[in-house]
Design a protein around this ligand. Structure first.
Ligand SMILES: O=C(O)CCC(=O)C(=O)O
Ligand SMILES: [Fe+2]
Length: 280
């Protein structure tokens, strides 16, 4: 298996987790401490919000980037022409959140941040000394108190068959941030590309947690950990009839954190947002 499934509770978990990240940029954690019931509630409530909520009142703010991004303005992945087949909502603790959804979203943001800090500690402990010594500060410290960490609630609508040729739920891309925590979505479709260009489905297991390396961690480790291209493919059969909800938490360093000789977190993010057409 290209992406390993790791039992969070096992003694070997930290080593196996980092091994999988090093090999594929991804790992799947089972028996992790994130509350599955809370995640299920969030999926159900936000599905409802996307279907019937007053989402137009929460249209995204182009400068602050919080709020609802309709499908018509959805991301175009770096180097791609087609828009992704998705709508999404950017939750920041300081940003606008629909009041009925606020408590659960912030509660999840809190527990997932704490787990992310622990996982960054596992990664840091496994770094070879020549990589560790170049870090400007401990990895878990880079995200502490960061206003940039983003909880994204994504809805991929059912497929109607009239989608533009070549359009995917999410086109191939890399995440820009340090690491991403992605609880199992409400349906399959996530795929990861290996170095030979072959695509591998990420094992789909409900209740599991997918973790992946982003460009900022690749940058901070001088490439010791790879940020791996991934995508969400359009399903066939029954899965095509229903929406797919997912809830990635993108762990971002504070803007002033130095990642490498060429980039701070802020300068790296700015470059990417321009490439994505989100910032002009
Ligand atoms: O929905 C998913 O499973 C993955 C989403 C993703 O890769 C992203 O939003 O960066
Ligand atoms: Fe992603």
């Amino acid at each position: 298996m290209f992406v390993q499934t790791v039992d969070y509770c096992s003694a070997a978990a930290p080593a196996r987790f980092v091994d999988s990240l090093r090999q594929s940029g991804f790992a799947v954690l089972v028996r992790h401490p994130l509350p599955t019931r809370l995640i299920e509630t969030i999926y159900r409530d936000w599905l409802d919000f996307f279907a019937t909520g007053d989402k137009a009142d929460f249209r995204f703010d182009p400068a602050r980037q919080d709020g609802w991004f309709p499908a018509e303005v959805s991301e175009t992945a770096k180097g791609k022409q087609q828009r992704d087949l998705k709508e999404f909502y950017h939750v920041y603790p300081w940003g606008r959140i629909p009041p009925a959804l606020r408590l659960d979203a912030l509660s999840y943001h809190g527990v997932a941040n704490a787990l992310a800090a622990e996982l960054l500690g596992w990664i840091e402990a496994a770094l070879p000394s020549e990589v560790a010594q170049d870090l400007s500060e401990p990895l878990s410290g880079m995200i502490k108190g960061s206003p940039n960490t983003l909880l994204r609630v994504l809805r991929y609508p059912p497929l109607r068959g009239d989608e533009p040729a070549g359009a995917l739920r999410a086109a191939e891309h890399e995440d820009i941030n340090l690491i991403t925590l992605l609880p199992s979505a409400s349906g399959p479709g996530l795929e990861v590309r290996d170095r030979t260009g072959q695509w591998h489905a990420v094992p789909y297991e409900s209740g599991a947690l997918v973790v992946n390396v982003g460009d900022m961690l690749q940058e901070a480790t001088g490439g010791w950990l790879p940020s791996t291209p991934h995508r969400v493919v359009n399903p066939e059969g029954e899965w095509a009839q229903s929406s797919r909800i997912s809830l990635p938490l993108f762990l971002h360093p504070r803007g002033e954190v130095v990642l490498s000789a060429r980039h701070s977190a802020a300068s790296y993010l700015d470059e990417r947002l321009r490439e994505l057409g989100i910032r002009t």
